[in-house]
Design a binder for this molecule. Structure first.
Ligand code: HEC
Length: 326
């Protein structure tokens, strides 16, 4: 049942029973199943083809069984295609991230393996179309027309995968040219060693995006620490928090007020520190690792932004300004 890491039966069943209103749910389910299957293996072109083929077949056989009135096969297949596109787009992004590492380490763009990796990226949209249309042909019967229609439309519109591949290639090329100008290039042997692990690296990137990486105890910021410097904390706030809580902490598009006098009078310094470290991931606030992508707050920045929050406290009659004592 779990051939190539995909629960085909579940997909078939979903497509067989889907009603017209469930389009978005179908797209998401396909995207998740495709992504999950890709995460389980090395991201070579052959493996990507295998996953796309299996998903196309499952969607086709489900769509062929669908008896829900007012559902046309083309609409279902279109969702299947869109779901695969969304997943493949992430695979392309993972490829870009991996290639970017190589370029920044000085692997030259005309290195043989680099060339073929770039060529694979470039032809990702073609791989997508050819694999789906071949698998769809196999489905045959009544779905032939609808599949042709979907593929035709998408060829004209262009896929997200294709667009992402194109911008990735452009970015990599200009990055490589900059590296060349700076005279960075690594020896052939180390380049070779890097490129040998390309497929594994790409799947590693995709896996990491899929799961939050485990936190090593050594990387955790200290639970308690003296308050830092409020004026430096102001800058940390502006960079890491203002986007959600507004420039002065009075509330913003994605978070409520954090400098509200009553709120600050109620919570202790340690509570503020704990919140900055742990976030409110239940409510959409990231933890200390997530405020700026790839750049966790340092222990110093945490202490500083907490100092800034504390400095926003206003005296409340009958109560010490700092809640530490309470
Ligand atoms: C992606 C948006 C986002 C970012 C970035 C963000 N927050 Fe929040 N924050 C939230 C949301 C959502 C909540 C929960 C709802 C609320 O209280 O506004 C929250 C809650 C809080 C709370 C109240 C927690 C409680 O339960 O008492 C504090 C304090 C806070 N944030 C401080 C910060 C600080 C300091 C930063 C920067 C280091 C920050 N936030 C960055 C979205 C964000």
């Amino acid at each position: 049942m779990f051939k190539s890491g995909i629960d085909q039966d579940a997909l078939v069943e979903m497509f067989a029973k889907a009603s017209a209103q469930q389009g978005e749910a179908l797209r998401k389910a396909v995207s998740e199943a495709t992504l999950k299957a890709m995460q389980g293996r090395e991201l070579t072109v052959a493996n990507i083809r295998g996953v796309l083929k299996t998903v196309t077949q499952a969607a086709s056989s489900g769509a062929a069984k669908n008896m829900v009135p007012a559902v046309d096969a083309e609409a279902l297949l279109e969702k299947a295609f869109a779901g695969m596109d969304a997943a493949l787009l992430q695979a392309v992004q993972a490829q870009r991230a991996a290639l970017q590492q190589f370029v920044s380490q000085g692997v030259e763009i005309n290195n043989k393996q680099m060339k073929s990796a770039l060529a694979n990226l470039e032809k990702m949209e073609d791989v997508f179309f050819s694999t789906v249309s071949k698998a769809a042909e196999g489905a045959g019967g009544t779905l032939k027309g609808p599949w042709e229609q979907v593929l035709e439309t998408m060829k004209v519109k262009g896929t997200g995968t294709g667009a992402q591949a194109k911008t990735s290639l452009e970015a990599l090329m200009s990055q490589a040219q900059a590296a060349l100008r700076e005279g960075r290039s690594s020896g052939l042997r180390s380049a070779q060693a890097l490129m040998d692990s390309y497929a594994a690296l790409v799947s590693g990137v995709l896996d990491t995006w899929g799961k939050a990486p485990p936190v090593r105890a050594a990387d955790l910021p200290p639970y308690a620490a003296a308050a830092g410097d409020a004026s430096r904390g102001k800058a940390v706030y502006a960079a890491a928090c203002a986007g959600c809580h507004g420039p002065e902490g009075k509330g913003g598009p994605k978070g409520g007020a954090v400098t509200d006098a009553s709120y600050l009078a109620l919570v202790s310094d340690q509570y503020l520190r704990t919140t900055v470290i742990a976030g409110r991931t239940d409510l959409g606030m990231p933890d200390w690792r997530g405020y700026s992508p790839g750049q966790p707050l340092t222990a110093q920045q945490i202490s500083d932004v907490v100092a800034w929050l504390i400095a926003q406290r206003r005296p409340v009659p009958g109560r010490p300004v700092s809640a530490k004592e309470g």
